[in-house]
Write a protein that binds this ligand. Structure first.
Ligand code: NI
Length: 268
């Protein structure tokens, strides 16, 4: 039996002892000097597509307790396409055109500093039905920051998004996927954010070429999957027509991460 859980996403704070955290990955943050718009460096070997079997349903109460997700249990052919590190003045605009041509809704995890520079692109994302969420203000490893440091990163980003588009984000993607229970709890208790990782990583930031990025996204896709990409690399944008068209042809429908969470298949 499938229940829609949309109402559960606006709910009172959970007791910390009840939290069940899933989907966290260990990472090795990149050490290059750029502060913004860096790729998600991971310690793992190149991505191998995960099983196409969708995650098994869980109890509604169990799902509602989760504040971190890397995929969503559903038997429906739903995917969440996510883009990190933008907005980028040229590439994000081109991507939005590609998405609009296909009726694809995506989720943009934006960097606060870029939002302040390109607020019109954030307004366009919202106007065209996409979700805009936090990827921090300066792209640090949140696990290395104090509580005050994390608060500042999330506050500034939220203020930038609200100022640009009058929308309060409800999701966080930690840079590099670097998170832990402390970060997840703080993001949820102080900002109401669910922490969102991913289940399909084409490692587009390594710039393997558009056809490789596209084939990795297609090979990794599974019902309830959250696909990671970065709208700051031209090769990623070039990969999207092939990837999106192939997945649409397979019967997948693209929804925002919040819509995907609301479509979870749960047991009563
Ligand atoms: Ni990033």
């Amino acid at each position: 039996m499938r229940l829609l859980l949309s109402s559960l996403w606006i709910r009172p704070l959970l007791s910390l002892s009840a939290l069940s955290l899933v989907g966290c990955v260990s990472v090795t943050p990149q050490t290059q000097g750029r502060a913004v718009a860096m790729p998600e460096a991971r310690s793992q070997a190149p991505a191998k597509p995960r099983s196409k079997r969708s995650a098994p349903p869980i109890s509604a109460a169990g799902f509602a307790r989760r504040i971190s997700h890397s995929s969503v249990p559903t038997s429906e052919k739903l995917l969440a396409m996510t883009f990190d590190d933008g907005p980028h003045p040229k590439l994000t605009a081109r991507l939005l055109d590609l998405l609009a041509q296909r009726g694809v809704k995506a989720t943009f995890f934006v960097v606060g500093r870029n939002v302040r520079t390109y607020p019109a692109l954030v307004r366009r994302m919202i106007a065209e039905g996409h979700e805009v969420a936090s990827h921090t203000d300066t792209h640090p490893s949140l696990t290395k920051l104090s509580e005050a440091g994390i608060r500042q990163e999330l506050e500034r980003t939220e203020e930038a998004i609200v100022a640009a588009a009058q929308i309060k984000p409800v999701l966080l993607r930690p840079p590099y996927g670097a998170t832990n229970e402390r970060v997840n709890r703080q993001a949820f208790s102080q900002f109401g954010y669910q922490t969102i990782l991913w289940s399909v990583d084409p490692e587009d930031w390594r710039r393997p070429g558009p056809s490789v990025v596209a084939s990795r996204l297609v090979a990794g896709a599974h019902p309830g999957g959250i696909l990671l990409a970065h709208d700051i690399h031209a090769g990623t944008i070039d990969a999207m027509p092939q990837a999106l068209d192939a997945l649409l042809a397979q019967g997948y429908r693209f929804v925002t991460v919040s819509q995907l969470l609301s479509s979870a298949t749960v047991l009563p």
